[in-house]
Design a protein around this ligand. Structure first.
Ligand code: F0G
Length: 368
């Protein structure tokens, strides 16, 4: 398959002259989740967009292919980003491919092992800053204001343009828009990108409805939910441990225009969804990604989807008939692969039993 620029060229700010820096990202599977449906209950279909299957293991690759292609087109010799890990992994890989310098600022001790390994092995200059993600972002914003280095955080509009292709893929695959779009919210670029993608597809008549955007932050790092900056964000979901998101206001617009919500889920709820995705659906994600599913389960318990369906059936008889006969479709974005954060997986489950290298000992343990 082609990468997202080749595939969705006509909807992206590229020309025939743009050098395409790609790792054939995108085209990730949209997987039906029957077990999660059974927990949500009612007439729902739940779909998981497994973005962990992108080339560097997260959704960032959709935006990074465009950001690096445009940077090279503009003659840039270096890119820089602040990151909780995935942005740095992706920037490092695409910069290696583009043969330009990549500098990343990460919170010291604050990113998962796999992500650190990726940034280092792809040859980025990695600086571990004695501070959190928000400190790193302030630094890179300041640096790029004064020096000729391209910022590749989601403040760069090319990142958003590339990431909106995730919405196109969901609609192409479902033959329409889902009713709800559940997504983890950290620096808040991705919720903005998806909303842009859905709106553009509707404008050109590819879909005839829009989803409600339902975003979820971690309880200890939920500035949008709380309505104020969180100075010391805390959560086991390190990817979304952010106290002052760059796209805060735009995320609120996406929430409000779509009639959706942005709420918090606890670390316990995130870990529960994380383990459930792995053990019941066979899908290994990193903790932050499980926030979308944790949010859907929480809202289902509150009866949110049922009462929303009731609302949809009120009004015209035609609308009522349609809403009654059709199932509610929920798309959950699983943003990053579980292998990014092996420490968390091992800390969350029982260690393997140690047995003697003897047939009897093994048979006894496995109950035969
Ligand atoms: N899920 C994962 C796995 C992430 O890495 C991120 C963000 C998000 C969700 C949230 O997306 O920021 O667009 O709201 N990671 C950034 C990074 C901050 O530096 O890798 P968002």
């Amino acid at each position: 398959m082609k990468g997202v620029i080749e595939h969705y060229k006509q909807y992206l700010p590229v020309t025939d002259k743009t050098p395409v820096i790609s790792l054939n990202e995108g085209n990730t599977p949209l997987i039906r989740a029957r077990y999660i449906e059974s927990l949500v209950g009612g007439d729902v279909e739940v779909y998981l967009k497994y973005e962990g299957l992108n080339p560097t293991g997260s959704f960032k690759d959709r935006g990074m292919t465009l950001a690096l292609s445009k940077a090279v087109e503009a003659g840039s010799k270096a890119v820089i980003c602040a990151s909780t890990g995935n942005t740095s992994a992706s920037a490092a890989a695409y910069a290696a491919r583009a043969k330009i310098k990549c500098i990343v600022l990460i919170p010291e001790g604050g990113i998962a092992l796999g992500k650190l390994a990726q940034a280092l092995i792809h040859g980025a200059e990695v600086l571990a800053v004695k501070g959190n993600f928000d400190d790193c972002l302030n630094l890179v914003k300041e640096i790029t204001r004064k020096h000729p280095i391209t910022l590749v955080n989601s403040l760069n509009p090319d990142r958003i343009e590339g990431q909106k292709t995730g919405a196109f893929e969901i609609c192409d695959s479902l033959g329409g828009a889902p009713d709800y779009h559940a997504i983890p919210v950290g620096n808040a670029g991705n919720i903005v990108a998806y909303w842009k993608g859905y709106k553009e597809y509707k404008e050109i008549g590819k879909i005839d409805s829009l989803p409600k955007m339902i975003g979820f932050q971690a309880e200890g790092a939920a500035p949008i939910v709380k309505g104020h900056i969180v100075k010391n964000p805390r959560t086991i979901a390190t990817a979304i441990k952010i106290g002052n998101p760059a796209s805060w206001k735009k995320a609120e617009v996406a929430r409000d225009e779509s009639g959706g919500l942005i709420e918090a889920v606890t670390d316990a709820e995130i870990l529960n969804a994380y383990k459930l995705l792995a053990s019941k659906e066979g899908i290994f994600v990193e903790p932050a990604s499980a926030a979308s599913v944790a949010g859907v389960l929480k809202k289902a318990k509150e009866g949110y989807f049922r009462s929303e369906k009731r609302k949809a059936t009120e009004g015209s008889p035609e609308r009522s008939r349609r809403a009654k006969s059709e199932k509610i479709r929920i798309a959950c974005i699983l943003t990053g692969h579980g292998l990014k954060d092996p420490d968390r997986a091992i800390a969350s489950i029982k260690k393997p039993k140690v047995v003697a290298a003897k047939l009897n000992a093994v048979l006894k343990e496995i109950g035969f």
